[in-house]
Design a protein around this ligand. Structure first.
Ligand SMILES: *Cc1c(COP(=O)(O)O)cnc(C)c1O
Length: 397
């Protein structure tokens, strides 16, 4: 029976709590609160009610039949997280954390965001629950993501551009940490993926595991059995852990995470921490990182902003080491090709992040017989990516 992390947040040699002493109190408080409410029937009922009435869960599973027929191999199925309110899986997790914030009596929420998707999800739930919302974002990212900034402001959030360092995600993260230390009495820090110090990786995984739990009932209803393969794209790794976790104790189900190979692993311009990185410490936990020989974090690249992160959640590092999940990577070009095919053949515009997982599903399906099934977590819709796709296709909007 798989039972990780341990009491101190370790997934084997990964995870843990690598933070300054000033943050230890806040993390202890969060750990105790989560332990208290995690199995509380009233908390679970409220979480499920929000997922049903605000998010629209359960999300359906869809058989991509036309595409599967065209490929002529395994049958491909999509878990439709793109149909959630706000268009992706991120909302599942922010609801869980916001409910904890309410129970802790903390009316002020902070978060950091790179592409803006986690910022929008957080601003959404703060509006829903009447919580104050401050979003830290590198000033370079603020320039690049004008639409998401406007969304957050419409939802009532304050967006704080961060001018230090490279003015991107890691600088926004440092700023959010500083804010948290200073205002811990009334402030809850909502992290958007399965990374950060314990208890975040386990807590975010638990909130997202509603995805896989639904699949475990839905797949037998649709196909008579569990899938042979479960695939998901991996940035920080939250949509992947959400669909993988409930399947870990089904040894016949193969789990495959798909990272961003950018221009190709060999070019060095990628974001594939598990496929091409080495273990180290970043953002409060030990995990695989894209770093140089001196342990300096290197610049990453991906066409999808949501996969463009130099680390990965520590549980994925562990699943890789114990060989329970496999990890592979897909280039920008292959992801874009899968994006266009998915639009044309299935009538679904997927997020560019998701398109990485879809691209690998197609490659894999070709090698398998027709009675095998591949379940892909369709983590989000692609409306946010129109500009990027048009630019790469040399179309002027
Ligand atoms: C943010 C995002 C991702 C990447 O984050 P994970 O934590 O790896 O899931 C993937 N897909 C979509 C649609 C996203 O918005």
């Amino acid at each position: 029976m798989y039972d990780f992390p341990d009491q101190r947040g370790h997934f084997g040699p990964y995870g843990g709590v690598f933070v300054s002493e000033t943050l230890m109190y806040a993390l202890e408080e969060l750990k105790e609160t989560y332990a208290k409410f995690q199995h509380d029937p009233e908390f679970i009922a409220e979480f499920n009610s929000e997922l049903k009435h605000f998010v629209g869960r359960p999300s359906p599973i869809y058989h991509a039949k036309r595409w599967s027929d065209e490929i002529g191999g395994a049958q491909i199925y999509f878990k439709r997280e793109d149909l959630n309110h706000t268009g992706a899986h991120k909302i599942n997790n922010v609801i869980g954390q916001a409910l904890l914030a309410k129970r802790m009596g903390k009316p002020r929420i902070i978060a950091e965001t790179g592409a803006g998707q986690h910022g929008v999800a957080t601003a959404t739930i703060c509006a829903r629950f009447g919580l104050e919302c401050i979003i830290y974002m590198g000033s370079v990212d603020v320039e690049r993501q004008a639409q998401n900034i406007y969304r957050m402001r419409l939802l009532g959030a304050t967006v704080v551009p961060v001018e230090s360092g490279s003015k991107t995600l890691k600088d926004a993260l440092n700023e959010a940490m500083r804010d948290w230390v200073t205002n811990v009495e009334n402030t809850f820090y909502i992290i958007g993926t399965v990374a950060g110090p314990h208890p975040y990786p386990a807590m975010v995984r638990d909130f997202q595991s509603v995805i896989g739990t639904e699949c475990i009932t839905q797949m037998p209803e649709m196909t008579g059995r569990q899938p042979d393969y479960v695939l998901a794209c991996v940035g920080g790794g939250s949509n992947a852990m959400g669909i993988f976790y409930p399947y870990i104790n089904y040894p016949d189900v193969k789990l495959i995470g798909v990272e961003a190979a950018g221009d190709g692993i060999a070019t060095g311009r990628h974001a594939a921490a598990l496929c091409a990185g080495t273990p180290g410490v970043l953002h409060g936990n030990r995990t695989y990182l894209i770093q140089d020989a001196n342990g300096q974090i290197m610049e990453t690249h991906s066409v999808s902003a949501g996969l463009d992160y130099p680390g990965v959640g520590p549980e994925h590092a562990w699943l890789k080491d114990i060989n329970r999940a496999q990890y592979t990577a897909v280039t920008d070009d292959d992801a874009l090709e899968a994006f266009h095919n998915c639009c044309r053949i299935e009538g679904i515009i997927p997020a560019l992040e998701t398109s990485h997982a879809i691209a690998y599903a197609c490659q894999l399906a070709k090698t398998l017989p027709k009675d095998q099934t591949i379940l892909v977590n369709l983590s989000g819709r692609g409306d946010k990516d129109m500009h990027t796709v048009a630019q790469h296709t040399k179309v002027k909007l």
